[in-house]
Design a protein around this ligand. Structure first.
Ligand code: IPM
Ligand code: MG
Length: 351
């Protein structure tokens, strides 16, 4: 019996990218049973459904979820902001308790880096973003809406349990990577003194158990400055949810853009979900022009997470050999179509 993988192709260019990821997954020979779920803007527009109970039950019962982007299907599509983000993406993260957002940031050979002079040796770190709390928890409200006295509150939540498990996962990652053996906590302890306090105390308390890992700290604004000037300073970075969301897009730019960046929403004890981090790119939907590499990278992360280390290495090796053949990373700029890129990677994987 193979791994049971739930596939959510998503909207816009999602299905085209996911098809190439599945082509590469197939090429690894790892035994999988795929079950596809149609969720996102298409389903919502047609039926009003966001995450039906039977589909959630099925997702909760699989070995991993492979997800495409959710959002606009074509230019001008407008679902009100938050309906699918909170109702579907965050709902899955929260209900499946995917408390780690794992974002490897590495510059593959042949991928143009926007920072002059930086090589793959300089850009190789991973961001561990706490994935269920902070401002994303949804604590707050809007009062007296539409009146002159209206007031909006959006409160950041940091629990001891949530902070500790993210920080511990980050120390473990630094140990397993065995590279610089350094963990940088990113926060804003000089202004956000309440969340900064709990994060700092937990960071140093847990850090006592990892004397082999160097503890480092950067304020989030300073980190943004450092990552552009000196990405080689970083090995593993841990941060709260909202800062993590923002700095991982910056990090994606440093590694060559949305065509390259993949992410894992992990519940190390449960069901994890893997995706490319870019959006639906509706202007390119159906043109066979989008770069599928980030979705292929998500397959690599999924294989590694499932314990299929050899297959994961085969995929990253194949990606590394195909990247230098592409002209640019953006949609329509690769010199090849979406399906051609998927074919090239799959051929390399087959060896
Ligand atoms: C991400 C995305 C999501 C987030 C959106 C789509 C809800 O930006 O995975 O980083 O904000 O977490
Ligand atoms: Mg984001």
């Amino acid at each position: 019996m193979g791994y049971r993988i739930a596939v959510i192709p998503g909207d816009g260019c999602g299905p085209e990218m996911i098809a190439e990821g599945l082509k590469v997954l197939d090429a690894t020979g790892v035994d999988v049973d795929l079950v596809t779920h149609d969720l996102g803007t298409g389903r919502y527009a047609a039926t009003g459904e966001i995450l039906p109970d039977d589909i959630f039950a099925d997702l909760a019962d699989c070995d991993a979820i492979y997800k495409g982007p959710i959002g606009a299907r074509h230019v001008g599509d407008d679902v009100p902001p938050g309906v699918l983000e909170r109702g579907l993406i965050l709902e899955l993260r929260f209900r499946l308790d995917q408390y780690i957002n794992l974002r490897p940031v590495r510059l593959y050979p042949g991928v143009p880096c926007p920072i002059v002079g930086k090589t793959p040796d300089d850009v190789d770190f991973v961001v561990i973003r706490e994935n269920t709390e902070g401002l994303y928890a949804g604590a707050g409200g809007i009062f007296k809406k539409g009146t002159p006295d209206e007031t909006a509150l959006q409160t950041s939540v940091s629990t001891r349990k949530g902070v500790e498990r993210a920080v511990r996962y980050a120390f473990e990652t630094a140990r397993k990577r065995n590279k610089k053996r350094k963990l940088t906590m990113v926060a804003k302890t000089n202004v956000l003194t309440f969340t900064g306090d709990i994060w700092s105390r937990v960071f140093h308390e847990v850090g006592e158990e990892y004397p082999d890992i160097e503890r480092d700290y950067a304020h989030v604004d300073a980190w943004c400055f450092y990552v552009v000037n000196n990405p080689e300073w970083f090995d593993v970075v841990v941060t709260e949810n909202m800062f993590g969301d923002i700095i991982t897009d910056l990090a994606a730019a440093v590694q060559g853009g949305m065509g390259v960046a993949s992410s894992g929403n992990l519940n190390p004890e449960g069901v994890s979900m893997f995706e490319q981090i870019g959006g639906t790119a509706p202007q390119f939907a159906g043109l066979n022009a989008i770069n599928p590499m980030a979705a292929i990278g998500a397959v690599e992360m999924m294989l590694a997470h499932l314990g299929e280390g050899d297959a994961a290495s085969a995929v990253s090796g194949a990606m590394a050999s195909v990247f230098p053949k592409l002209d640019q990373m953006g949609a329509g700029q690769m010199g090849y179509s979406t399906t051609e890129v998927g074919d090239m990677v799959a051929e390399q994987v087959k060896g």
